[in-house]
Design a protein around this ligand. Structure first.
Ligand SMILES: Nc1ncnc2c1ncn2[C@@H]1O[C@H](COP(=O)(O)OP(=O)(O)OP(=O)(O)O)[C@@H](O)[C@H]1O
Ligand SMILES: [Mg+2]
Length: 111
């Protein structure tokens, strides 16, 4: 359920390894609706990896992501497709949607 008190984005205890390399180690942050925030860090710091986790495009090893109080994971994208517009390097489309569903998303987002 959407919750008026919920943070716009809440990331808790995010951890991600690629092979043996820990790229995200206990990442925690949150911000509220209306905030303008930047995610900054040197090349390879893990910014894109965090963004992929926020969009449910990447399986993480621990932690969780909530947008407007709703969970996001590789299996849970409802709030992402309803409320988020995002463009990252890859994947350029949502791998869990069909081509037709992408077209529907564009038309409903424009309303
Ligand atoms: N699919 C992957 N497999 C293995 N390693 C990866 C993968 N994706 C990212 N990495 C590694 O994880 C680390 C973080 O990468 P990420 O792309 O998240 O950094 P970034 O902060 O977005 O960097 P940049 O500023 O260059 O965009 C880097 O060391 C990168 O090489
Ligand atoms: Mg990047």
């Amino acid at each position: 359920m959407q919750n008026g008190q919920a943070k716009m984005v809440q990331v808790t205890g995010l951890r991600k390894k690629f092979g043996r390399r820990v790229v995200l180690r206990d990442v925690n942050f949150a911000f509220s609706t209306g905030a303008v925030v930047g995610l900054v860090g040197p090349n390879g710091a893990g910014k894109t990896t965090i963004m992929k986790a926020l969009l449910g495009l990447l399986a993480t090893d621990a932690g969780n992501v909530q947008i407007l109080g709703q969970p996001v994971s590789v299996n849970t994208h409802t709030i992402v497709t309803q409320q988020v517009g995002a463009l990252i390097e890859r994947p350029a489309i949502y791998p869990f949607l069909t081509g037709w569903q992408h077209l529907q998303l564009m038309t409903t987002s424009a309303e």
